[in-house]
Design a protein around this ligand. Structure first.
Ligand code: UD1
Ligand code: CA
Length: 487
């Protein structure tokens, strides 16, 4: 049920300078999903009255991602005054003037916090009657974070940013997680009093804590149970750490759901992937985007699938696939490259060193070895010989190759598209097929073989080849002679 007394503000206006990136920090991906989307998903789970998201740097790009994930989110544009305090000051104007509930502020770059932790924080805040409750975390390396400065009695005194901290304060290992619950009225009152008298010349949201305490209100800092949940992402090393942490959780989640994952350390699964039970994932496998895998399929080792659909019982070994459909019971790999638009029907095969693109391969049909199949339709029960190439591109346009049912092609065929092979047709080895082949025909395009007897002995006299050839030919002659005598 919607908590009408809860408003959530997500801060996502910063550039993320330490990422050194053209992409805004909150749009970098974690488990296949933009960082800010993780925060929005958690916010959504709390079912608040409203989610306000503050944007500025690359405003349109960030707003688009926010709205795509949470269409009801209110987008707040931060002006040129920098700082998390200014961001919240502007966001709060987006709330109804009579909103008297709690405001939960979330940093858009702290993606691993779960809804349960936040629910507990809000409940704690409401029970305690404090004006502000901050989530803190005790971490092995607090550098870069705001430090939680406590009074002698253990109560929260204030938060000091790393850049403003004295050496003694920098030694504090309890940090501000960037998550706060405020009473709406108390927050409104103090935001108007923020200064910019700090090392960065910004309006710090953290200063609200000190202002509230000085005004005689209660403020509290509550340590999070598991410190990694509060880790912020400021640079790419932290991005990788958070990514590994989240991946470990995702892999474990699937294991507990009945998926065999042989080597969690080398298995990467996006948050957006769906797996049935009794799927087996072998080492070195990455499953990305909207990939789905049905029961009893075996994926890997060393396989990357992006936005692929794998049917029940299929095997996919040492393969790279994007936007491909692999039917139930089909077999792919090792060393296959499935490009977008590949549809391999049930019990079909795409084998070793085969590349496919926009290719529909019918029921039980096989492309087993060393082939390129692009812009092609293959019927049912077809076997494509080793080394087949569809020449689909004539320098100007792409053309289709259409192959009927129960066709057997020869080794090393080239199909110069557009071209059609009728049902049941056969094709000789090495043929270059430029014209349609009617149903049931045998197509040959290679000139009949001519053997010029004695050519090597005549043209390469004295070479090793000539010597062995001469020996072989006289042995053959003697053999022929004795056979004639016997007969
Ligand atoms: C902030 C906290 C710090 C805390 C840390 C936790 C302040 C002053 N400091 O520091 O105490 O330990 O988070 O991760 O709040 N943002 C805006 N508008 C701005 C600036 C930032 O919306 O003008 C957003 C950013 O996009 C980001 C979040 O606020 O999502 C935090 O900003 P960042 O610059 O990363 O703050 P930290 O220095 O990490
Ligand atoms: Ca940060």
């Amino acid at each position: 049920m919607t908590d009408q007394n809860l408003a959530i503000i997500v801060l996502a206006a910063g550039q993320g300078t330490r990422m050194k990136s053209a992409t805004p920090k909150v749009l970098h991906h974690l488990a296949g999903v933009p960082i800010v989307t993780h925060v929005l998903a958690t916010a959504r789970e709390l079912d608040p009255a409203v989610v306000l998201t503050v944007v500025r740097h690359e405003r349109d790009k960030v707003a688009e991602v926010v709205t795509a994930h949470l269409p009801s989110a209110v987008i707040i544009d931060q002006d040129e005054t920098p700082g998390t305090g200014r961001a919240v000051e502007q966001a709060i104007d987006g709330l109804p003037a009579d909103f008297g509930g709690e405001v939960l502020v979330l940093n858009g770059d702290v993606p691993l916090l779960d809804a349960e932790t936040l629910r507990e924080l809000v409940a704690h805040h409401r029970e305690s009657g404090a004006a502000a409750t901050v989530l803190s975390s005790v971490v092995p390396d607090p550098s870069g974070y705001g430090r939680i400065v406590r009074r002698a009695d253990g109560g929260l005194d204030r938060i000091v940013e790393h850049k403003d901290a004295t050496a003694a304060q920098r030694a504090i290992d309890e940090i501000n997680a960037g998550v706060y619950v405020f009473g709406a009225g108390a927050l409104r009152d103090q935001l108007a009093n923020l200064s910019i008298a700090n090392a960065q010349g910004e309006k710090y949201l953290t200063e609200v804590i000190e202002l509230l305490r000085r005004a005689g209100s209660d403020v509290a800092a509550v340590p999070v149970g598991e410190p990694w949940k509060a880790e912020g992402i400021n640079d790419r090393a932290q991005l990788a750490e958070a990514g590994a942490r989240l991946n470990a959780l995702i892999v474990r989640g699937w294991q507990l759901n009945g998926v065999t994952v042989q080597d969690p350390a080398t298995t990467w699964i996006d948050l957006t992937v769906t797996l049935d039970n009794d799927v087996t994932i072998l080492p070195g496998t990455q499953l990305k985007g909207a990939t789905t895998v049905a029961k009893d399929a075996v994926i890997g080792p060393d396989t990357t699938l992006v936005d692929c659909e794998v049917g029940a019982g299929a095997t996919v070994k040492r393969t790279d696939g994007t936007l491909a459909v692999i039917g139930a019971g089909a077999s792919v790999g090792p060393f296959s490259y499935l490009r977008p638009g590949t549809v391999l029907s049930e019990n079909g095969k795409i084998g070793t060193f085969v590349e496919t693109k926009n290719a529909h391969i019918g029921l039980g049909s096989k492309v087993p070895h060393l082939s390129y199949v692009g812009d092609t339709t293959i019927g049912e029960g077809v076997n494509i010989g080793a080394g087949a190439i569809t020449a689909n591109y004539d320098d100007i346009d792409k053309h289709r190759t259409e192959i009927g049912d129960d066709v057997h092609t020869g080794a090393h065929n080239v199909f110069v598209a557009p071209v059609r092979i009728g049902d049941g047709a056969k094709i000789g080895a090495g043929a270059v097929i430029r014209k349609d082949v009617p149903a049931g025909a045998l197509a040959l395009s290679v000139a009949p073989q001519r053997n010029i007897e004695g050519w090597v002995e005549k043209n390469r006299p004295g070479t090793a080849a000539a010597e062995v050839a001469e020996r072989a030919r006289s042995a053959q002659k003697a053999d022929d002679g004795s056979q004639r005598q016997d007969g």
